[in-house]
Design a protein around this ligand. Structure first.
Ligand SMILES: [Cu+2]
Length: 257
């Protein structure tokens, strides 16, 4: 038993030293009770676009970053957080009601629900009523969007539960280089359907904790049971060889004193 303890104690030191580093890894909650969110934006309507979404919700403040590429350049892209329906993106098997089977915005409502937040640029407003504030949306084919938005308590709760779905609109179905065509938008008949049909969709999923909190409480001391092995291994991995060297030094120092 004595032998086991003297071998594992340095590893426990390494694990403890490594813990602050590990705490910085993806987690669902930070010190202030924030909720981290992330999602992949996948194409709808064969838009050819792609992207990612990342968010941090702290209280009623939502910090959100979208990166999109492959959209129609030089045309506004309405973008929202939708909440409702099944809180998901439409599957590939969902038939659109557009003239050639295009998926219109309303076709996806059973999946992603209505518009909860409008992801406008400043000074655009961000409530659902501003869903078609076309002058304040990104208007390039590729862009990074970042804004901190104050949301109401109900919206915050829904997003914290992983129910938010990001939808980016605007698809150049006929490849003409602009929003045109005879089909009218299901949201506003003054706009072509191309201007509002969904191009990208991604579910804002809550990031998962990777380190159980009880691991912090049980990581110290010389009671090296098997339940600590995973923790010890992670601590050593985080520190790398440098950490092992430090542990070995401390062991020698400890043996002399
Ligand atoms: Cu939308």
């Amino acid at each position: 038993m004595r032998t086991t303890r003297s071998r594992l104690a340095p590893l426990a030191v390494a694990a403890l030293v490594g813990l602050p580093f590990l705490a910085a890894a993806p987690a669902s909650a930070d010190d202030h009770g924030g909720t981290e969110l992330s999602g992949t934006l996948a194409e709808l309507n064969d838009s050819g676009a792609s992207g990612t979404a990342w968010g941090m919700l702290e209280g009623n403040q939502l910090h959100i970053i979208l990166e999109s590429e492959g959209l129609l350049d030089g045309a506004p892209h309405a973008q929202h957080v939708h909440i409702g329906g099944t809180n998901t993106c439409p599957g590939a098997d969902v038939e659109g009601t557009g003239p050639n089977g295009e998926l219109q915005t309303s076709d996806g409502v059973p999946s992603y629900g209505g518009v909860a937040l409008s992801l406008t640029n400043e000074p655009g407003m961000t409530s659902g009523e501003h869903a078609l504030d076309v002058t304040n949306f990104p208007a390039t084919g590729s862009y990074t969007y970042e804004r901190t938005i104050e949301v109401d308590a109900e919206t915050a709760a829904q997003i914290a539960d992983g129910n938010g779905v990001v939808v980016v609109h605007g698809v150049d179905h006929d490849g003409s280089g602009t929003y045109d065509g005879d089909a009218k938008s299901d949201l506003d008949p003054a706009l072509p359907a191309e201007a509002t049909n969904p191009a990208l969709c991604g579910e804002l999923e809550v990031a998962q904790m990777e380190m159980p909190e009880e691991g912090v409480a049980t990581g110290g001391g010389g009671t090296a049971g098997t339940e600590h092995i995973g923790l010890l291994t992670m601590g050593v991995l985080a520190l790398g060889l440098g950490g092992l060297g430090l542990a070995a030094t401390r062991r020698r120092a400890g043996e002399r004193s």
